[in-house]
Design a binder for this molecule. Structure first.
Ligand code: ADE
Length: 235
């Protein structure tokens, strides 16, 4: 998969060279390119923002650098002939979930546009929609200073679902949210630690009983912490 990131703070993304995603890049599974939006400005100050028409607080990102950057990074179809998916992180977007991550992990080419200030000139989204599928995506109901942290979270969630990125694909199946429930509790040695024993059932060696206990724990935890995830009849 190819991922392009447009940001005025490209060094935010240095962390993505670490760990599993770093290895995926070295192995050629993930082609991640982070670009400075200011490279598509032409004035001496490399200006990316201006005051809002109609007045109001803060600054708005100018459309011109975005247009030129998108022309360069997002106007060609992938080797498989598919247009890119262009994602703008925004607290005003659809909420990112594991299902979103699964869907986006099947694309050939993602372009993330990280906004700052009070946002990006609205015409940029309209123009981007002429080049590919545009998605405004929110990490949750809170406000960050810009799209960078949200983009990093999304790239990590999407990247680990690309085949070959996580060594043991089984570990993807038993995680929180993969089956709509929170994950069951895990324990390792020692069997008693600071007077706290590991639940007896896990030492039984009876796989069917363990599987059923884990399922019960998942449902119980989800009921306690995230009732909103349960279908109404399991409330
Ligand atoms: N930019 C600012 N806040 C955000 C959020 N909650 N999700 C995605 N992008 C954002």
């Amino acid at each position: 998969m190819r991922i392009d990131v447009l940001s005025i703070f490209p060094s935010y993304f240095d962390g993505l060279t670490l760990s599993l995603l770093g290895k995926a890049q070295s192995a050629g599974i993930l082609d991640l390119r982070v670009r400075d939006l200011r490279d598509w400005t032409s004035d001496r100050h490399r200006t990316v923002d201006d005051t809002p028409y109609g007045g109001g607080a803060g600054m708005v990102m100018k459309p011109e650098p975005w247009g030129l950057a998108l022309d360069e990074l997002a106007s060609a179809p992938s080797a498989e002939g598919r247009p890119p998916t262009i994602i703008f992180p925004s607290p005003a977007g659809e909420v990112f979930t594991q299902a979103t991550a699964r869907d986006l992990s099947t694309r050939d080419h993602l372009v993330f546009g990280c906004g700052r200030y009070e946002g990006i000139d609205e015409r940029v989204f309209e123009y981007a929609a002429t080049l590919g599928e545009v998605r405004l995506i929110s990490l949750g109901d809170y406000v960050l200073n810009g799209g960078e942290v949200a983009t990093m979270a999304m790239i990590e969630a999407i990247g680990r679902l690309i085949p070959g990125v996580v060594g043991n694909p089984e570990s993807l199946v038993e995680e929180s949210h993969e089956d709509g429930l929170l994950e069951y509790p895990s324990y390792t040695k020692p069997s008693v630690w600071r007077e706290r024993p590991v639940p007896e059932v896990l030492l039984s060696g009876n796989h069917a009983v363990i599987a059923s206990w884990r399922r019960d724990q998942q449902i119980e935890r989800t009921r306690r912490r995230r009732r909103d995830l349960l279908p109404d009849d399991e409330d």
